[in-house]
Design a protein around this ligand. Structure first.
Ligand code: A3P
Length: 345
């Protein structure tokens, strides 16, 4: 009897012991992986000294959504003062191109601990009404950040709007400019798809892409169609080059950002003089979405909204061929100016 009770006790102790060791191992593994999380990584000295308090706060931001509160402008004056938070003008702007992958690029760069994104498109430089409100209005639209961090905003309309280069130059002539491009015909179809979806939502009828892209009178490419004009990258870039030297631009391959985002992001880190902090850990392929999604840490992942990655309508192959032929010389010029060559047909 006594022997049986002892055996039972030994069994219970064994189970409890195994549970305790298991939990301990789990905690060690979890802490180990937390250490590797990008948003908690300390930033190199080039961005100024960083105290313990800042690193701890960075962790809190993601855990409790504190940064979100700051961004919404809900931070108390005391919190802002205590953490030395500021609203800074952007040091880099994603100026375009619409449907090139501007949102994906901004969100992915925001994985970097030294980058803070302006969540909304601000449309300060392309919208006369906003521009008239002045630079302080623009600054107040920026998220709170630490002084060593850089703020990035994206408004793809900047790339194609006449007045924007001069206005940005007046704000900061040494600003860094990011342009993300895709194969021009695909971009034009993506642009069309977005407008089409808007029309369908409002129960409106809309023309087929072929009808808009090709002038029915001449049977040539319709250069008055905005989706076509936006894809003539070199024309727009030439306007920008009247104000900024080519060294201030970095061209991102939007097609590659879809299939292989990390190397593209590493090129941007280099261009922005940021230490390499975005890693494969931060990007995982989501088969359901068919795109890479973002992993900030063990608990916080996100994919882009469903409006990114729409299914394009079928387009007549002869129209595609015509468009590709039309864009070809402009593309050659674009490669020549930027020094970045793509395998566009
Ligand atoms: P499609 O909807 O044509 O596929 P923008 O943000 O400038 O409007 O660009 C939208 C495009 O970003 C999408 O175009 C999509 O292909 C592309 N994109 C790139 N990376 C993506 C990602 N990780 N998730 C979703 N869309 C992505």
């Amino acid at each position: 009897m006594l022997f049986k009770q002892q055996a039972l006790l030994r069994q219970k102790l064994f189970v409890l012991g195994s549970l305790a060791i298991g939990s301990l191992l789990y905690l060690v593994a979890r802490v180990g992986s937390l250490d590797r999380l990008q948003p908690l990584c300390p930033v190199d000295g080039q961005f100024g000294p960083r105290g313990q308090e800042e690193i701890a706060l960075r962790a809190l931001q993601f855990k409790r959504g504190l940064l979100h509160e700051f961004r919404k402008g809900n931070a108390t004056k005391e919190q802002i003062r205590l953490h030395n938070l500021v609203q800074q003008l952007p040091k880099a702007i994603i100026i375009g191109v619409r449907k090139g992958g501007t949102r994906a690029l901004l969100e992915m760069l925001n994985l970097h601990p030294a980058v803070v994104k302006a969540s909304q498109e601000i449309h300060f430089f392309d919208n006369d009404e906003n521009y008239a409100k002045g630079i302080e209005w623009y600054r107040k639209k920026m998220p709170f950040s630490y002084p060593h961090q850089i703020t990035i905003e994206k408004s793809p309309a900047y790339f194609i709007t006449e007045e924007v280069p001069e206005r940005i130059y007046k704000m900061n002539s040494s600003i860094k400019l990011l342009i993300i491009v895709r194969e021009p015909t695909t971009r034009a179809i993506s642009d069309y798809t977005q407008v089409l979806e808007g029309k369908e939502r409002k129960n409106k009828t809309y023309y087929k892409f072929e009808k808009l892209a090709i002038d029915p009178n001449t049977c040539e490419v319709n250069t008055k169609y905005k989706a076509v004009r936006t894809s003539i990258y070199t024309k727009h870039l030439e306007r920008w080059l009247k104000y900024f030297p080519i060294e201030q631009f970095h061209i991102v391959d939007g097609d590659r950002l879809i299939t292989e985002p990390l190397p593209e992001l590493q090129l941007v880190e280099k261009f922005l003089n940021l230490p390499p902090r975005i890693s494969q850990y931060n990007l995982y392929f989501n088969a359901t979405r068919g795109f890479y999604c973002l992993r900030f840490n063990i608990v916080f992942n996100k994919c882009l909204a469903g409006s990114k990655g729409r299914i394009h309508p079928e387009v007549d192959t002869s129209v595609i061929t015509k468009l590709r032929k039309f864009f070809h010389p402009f593309n050659q010029k674009f490669y020549q100016i930027t020094g970045r060559t793509f395998n566009w047909p």
